[in-house]
Design a protein around this ligand. Sequence first.
Ligand code: NAD
Ligand code: UFG
Length: 349
Amino acid sequence: MANVLITGGAGYIGSHTAVLLSQEGYDIYIIDNFINSEPSALRAVEKIISKCVQFSEVDLTNSEELDAVFSKNSFDAIIHFAGLKSVSESVGDPLKYYNNNISSTLNLLNSMCKYNITKLVFSSSATVYGKCETVPLAEDFPIGQTTNPYATSKFVQELILKDVALSNNLNIMALRYFNPVGAHTSGLLGEKPRGIPNNLCPYILQVLSGKLDRLNVFGDDYETADGSAIRDYIHVVDLAIGHLKAIEKLLCAESSVSYDAINLGRGVGVSVLEMIKSFESATGRKVPYKIAGRRQGDLPVSYAATDKASAELGFQAERSIEQACLDLWRYQEHLNKTGTSKEQSVREK
Ligand code: NAD
Ligand code: UFG
């Protein structure tokens, strides 16, 4: 079976993808510097797959560290998750985002070319579309009308990847994720935000756990059925399946892809108030909330056109929002029980 390098594999989406690829028989090799994750995520992956994971603690902005991994291993393909992802942090410190995200991708491309690795799946984001007039958002819409440095870093990385793919005969697929939610059904793996979460589901989970008093619903005066903003929430295990399909396609001998970008979403819009109701029915608990003003930079409605993922990858998200809420709550209860936090975890080097 093919050997797949997973950058950022200790993170939320990377760890779920690592589990699935390993369960499907792939050899996986993870690199991460734990800037936004913990070694305990790798232990959870190992527990689920009942196998040790090959891992190196590497900062992708350090080209020597990265080259050392390539010099000692042979990879058939790479999935590049590593990157910083907080929209609000990127607004406060754009250079941190440009340095980390763009340097990591440049170093990875240099190592790929040096060691003749030609296949790459890249974590892009629906944020590359920025402000578009119409939904669903389709891959042939113009990109680059970005509203924050995080999104701009993804847009720029897509441009770089396309240029290098075409000139250096690489096969690269950029997957544009919509709103990843959910957790592994085992309850052992999920997303562990630091501090007060910015994103909707992690915030609701802290409210449900009694750590935060109530949710602020950012706007109830959008032109949507209930006035709250609409997003395309996709279960993280469905996202992992999307990556599996992308890797299968890239590894397939007849693949003629040189550069392509594909949305990964459910293609279904869900409002903030609907999300609250789903959590309430999944957990049997109330989510106290108040209506707050709109959050700056938020789009009213965003959801994916899914035809391309279906046609090119044979991918269709299957898990419901209710399933995502159940899995998220199961993982939250696991965290509440084990009391795991960044402070308590022992850093393994
Ligand atoms: P995450 O923060 O949980 O995982 C990213 C991982 O990359 C972390 O483990 C982090 O430690 C690692 N990392 C970051 N910079 C690194 C570096 N220089 N060297 C080595 N490791 C590094 O995030 P996630 O939610 O799993 O997202 C994965 C990818 O998907 C990111 O590129 C993100 O921008 C993209 N994405 C995420 C979302 C989302 O809402 N979660 C949406 C769209 C796109
Ligand atoms: N929201 C609230 N209250 C909160 C948090 C969020 O009402 O406390 C609302 C937001 O206004 C928005 C929706 O919930 O309408 C979803 O917000 P998130 O912050 O969870 O997600 P975003 O759509 O803003 O962005 C996310 C990630 C990006 C990623 C993008 C992909 O943060 O990194 O999805 O579409 F790129």
